[in-house]
Design a protein around this ligand. Structure first.
Ligand SMILES: [Zn+2]
Length: 52
């Protein structure tokens, strides 16, 4: 429903809107991008905390 991914480093809300635009960047990007932190950039699952 309203799951909001947040940066694990700074706790900022991630911008997930950029994921659709920045998907499949390059040919060898095997790391899924959950969202983009305004300070840390694109983050994978390991750096994202989803609020429950
Ligand atoms: Zn961050």
């Amino acid at each position: 429903m309203g799951e909001t991914p947040r940066c694990r480093l700074c706790g900022s809300d991630l911008t997930t809107g950029l994921v659709a635009t920045g998907r499949r960047v390059g040919c060898c990007n095997a790391t899924p991008i959950v969202g983009t932190c305004p300070e840390h950039g694109p983050l994978g699952p390991h750096h994202v905390v989803e609020s429950e």
